[in-house]
Design a protein around this ligand. Structure first.
Ligand code: ADP
Ligand code: ZN
Ligand code: ZN
Length: 670
């Protein structure tokens, strides 16, 4: 009997179970093989899986078990805490564990195709060694608060205004961690933010084998960087959300920069929050974790201020560079100072002044394209996407109508498709139109547009950023892409073009996002010696959100928002999950959700509240109708217990074949 050894394997399949195999006679695996990859037969093909257990027995007759092919021992086995992290992720987000595990590996490590010849390691351009500045009083205080707590799990919320030197605090923490012989994991929201930070970290720690992990890396590079994290040769890992899963056997510190940023939340597949998983990982391994932001998420803020005091709050209220002040923020009341082509007199005058002084202006308009819709005044035709419940956006730069939801694109029609009228009009304003208007107003100025159309890859973005640094542009027009974390020392004016819509959006998180965006973009002004000015064009200058911005008062804004949410019973005062469904017909989608609503597991349904199944706000996308069903509970644990049972009921519902559904825990978008 003991001759037959069973191997339990995690595979990338949408099933909530592992798969048992046998080991060929004469071969024997040891517990040290747990965490190695293994090649196994699966159906007609072979698959790469991960050995999760060497169980004594199987639920299946041994004779039915297939033999494993090869154990791949080319890498150290995945460490135990990596298993706990992926297990937690699968349990919390109710995703199949095998899929979670395999999806976190670089593609070449989970494919049976022979690994391509390794790309030669790029010669590392060693940046000039960076010299550490003397800490400010506040930086010093934050660090001593952290050192004072010693090792072990502690979560810190580092709330520092833009330019207050949060990064310097991270670097000092990393320095200590390196000295203690441990690895550091530094998470950032966007790839676009990595080059600057990468250069800075590499300059400070040239011998630490810094690697980055993000979606724009080719597979060879990603796999190489991942390996060096696992083998321990990389002492610092800098990455975007997926990097939270990097196996780091000697991890000693986690930092999540710009922790409020929605891009830490994965929006398809396994919908996890990298920030929340990072906190779990730190707790589970007994490590310090620092969440940093100028505008923390309200969830984190509540955790740092609530009675529970789950996070320790550390504050940096002043800019780090001597003499650098926060910009002055002013509201331009566009009911009085009427805009022409989107620009108020006050803003035009301010731009003029910057041009005369050879300083840069940044105009923030968070809508790309030329105009949000093209329409015919004669018959009422509007450019609609035939696959989505949305308008096609006019892009004049390449003469297209584009759907920003499904990617559909068509040439701009020469005449109205319905009545033949040749005089179609563009309604509203996007970055391209603003660029055109500015070019007419300021013919001598060099204008640069920075949005996802102008900078779709990291390379293009870096090229644009370089031109901005070199002063090759006078006026920048940009979306939130320009708002985040960059130091452009010559920008002294930020104009916010049309922010009001978000004040009254149906999504109750919209004000939080708007405030963060405006605070970030305002932070671009006057980073160096020259002080900055921010002008917000609004028809609602009395709105408390703008008042808080004028006062740089995140705390007041957060307190007001949190009390509103408490009264309304919104997160973080309740916990939510969203069941979403897509089908060719809305009736099918809603029927499915109605069935799901009717089958709550008996013993825990009392702890959750069901809302009604409703069409999503974007009710149709890529030819599929979309519905959603919200459930919530005052207790996270009760919600989790409920979801675990409910999902089994949902899986049993018979539904039309073209219907797809998913469950999202802690949804951010509605
Ligand atoms: P944040 O991440 O909070 O926006 P950074 O860490 O990027 O801020 O710091 C903003 C600027 O201040 C950078 O140019 C940085 O080099 C500088 N800086 C940070 N700490 C200090 C310090 N203690 N003394 C002088 N300059 C500093
Ligand atoms: Zn018409
Ligand atoms: Zn579309």
């Amino acid at each position: 009997m003991s001759l037959l050894q069973i191997v339990r394997v995690a595979l990338d399949v949408p099933l909530r179970s592992f798969f048992d195999y046998r080991v060929a006679e004469g071969e024997r695996l040891s517990p040290a093989d747990i965490g190695h990859r293994v090649r196994v037969p699966f159906g007609q093909r072979q698959k790469i899986g991960i050995i999760v257990e060497l169980p004594g027995t199987s639920d299946f007759p041994l004779a039915q078990l297939k033999l494993i092919d090869t154990v791949l021992r080319d890498l150290p086995p995945l460490p135990a805490d990596w298993f706990r992290l992926t297990e937690f992720c699968a349990a919390y987000y109710h995703a199949p564990l095998g899929q979670v595990m395999l999806s976190t590996l670089p593609a070449s490590l989970r494919s049976t195709a022979p690994v391509k010849a390794r790309a030669p390691r790029q010669a590392l351009v060693l940046p000039a060694a960076e010299h550490a500045p003397a800490l400010t009083f506040e930086q010093e205080a934050s660090l001593s608060a952290i050192w004072g707590n010693g090792s072990g799990f502690h979560a810190y919320l580092l709330h520092g205004v833009t330019g207050s030197g949060k990064t310097e605090v991270y670097l000092r923490l990393i320095e200590r961690t390196l000295a203690a012989g441990r690895q550091s994991l530094l998470l950032v929201p966007e790839i676009n933010l990595t080059p600057q930070l990468e250069a800075r970290v590499a300059a400070r720690f040239p011998a630490a084998g810094l690697v980055s992990l993000h979606s724009e890396l080719g597979d060879a590079a990603r796999s190489r960087n991942w390996r060096s994290a696992l083998t321990g040769s990389a002492r610092i890992v800098l990455g975007t959300r997926l990097a939270v899963f990097t196996p780091l056997p000697e991890l000693g510190l986690i930092v999540v920069d710009e922790e409020h940023d929605p891009s830490f939340k994965q929006q398809d597949g396994i919908r996890y929050s990298a920030r929340d998983l990072a906190v779990f990982r730190a707790r589970e391994r007994g490590l310090p974790i620092v969440l940093g932001s100028a505008t923390p998420s309200l969830e984190s803020w509540a955790n740092a201020n609530g009675a529970g005091g789950r996070y320790q709050l550390l504050a940096l209220r002043e800019r780090a560079v001597d003499g650098a002040r926060l910009p002055t923020v002013q509201r331009v009341d566009t009911r009085v100072d009427k805009t022409q082509d989107g620009l108020s007199g006050a803003l035009l005058a301010a731009i003029e002044k910057r041009l005369a002084r050879a300083e840069q202006s940044l105009l923030f308009l968070n809508r790309r394209g030329y105009a949000p819709v093209l329409a015919c005044a004669a018959c009422g035709w509007t450019s609609r996407c035939h696959r989505c419940a949305a308008n096609l956006v006019l892009h004049l730069a390449d003469h297209c109508l584009r759907c920003h939801h499904c990617g559909f694109a068509a040439r701009v029609p020469k005449a109205c498709p319905t009545c033949g009228n040749q005089d179609l009009s563009a309604f509203g304003r996007g970055t391209q139109r603003l660029e055109t208007v500015l070019a007419e107003r300021f013919p001598q100025a060099r204008i640069l547009r920075v949005d996802r159309d102008a900078a779709s890859s990291r390379k293009q973005w870096e090229a644009l950023a370089t031109r901005i640094y070199r002063g090759e542009a006078d006026i920048l027009v940009g979306t939130q892409m320009l708002a985040k974390g960059h130091d452009f020392p010559n920008i002294t004016l930020v104009g916010v073009i049309a922010p009001d819509a978000a004040l009254f959006a149906a999504d109750w998180r919209a004000p939080e996002r708007l405030f963060a965006q405006l605070m970030q973009v305002a932070g671009r002004a006057g980073r160096a010696e020259r002080s900055g000015e921010v002008l917000i064009q609004t028809q609602f200058p009395e709105h408390p959100l703008y008042a808080a911005l004028v006062g740089h008062d995140y705390r007041a804004f957060a307190a007001a928002q949190l009390s509103e949410r408490e009264q309304a019973g919104f997160p973080p005062f309740t916990h939510q999950a969203m069941l979403r469904c897509e089908a060719p017909r809305m009736a099918d989608a809603l029927d499915f959700l109605t069935c799901a609503r009717a089958c709550p597991p008996p013993d825990c349904a009392a702890e959750v509240t069901f809302y009604d199944p409703v069409p999503m706000r974007l009710s149709r996308r890529a030819s599929l109708e979309r519905g959603q069903l919200l459930v919530e509970s005052p207790s996270r644990r009760a919600l989790q217990r409920f979801l675990a049972q409910w999902i089994a009921e949902i899986e049993a519902i018979k539904s039309p074949s073209r219907l797809r559904w998913h469950l999202e825990v802690d949804p951010l978008e509605f």
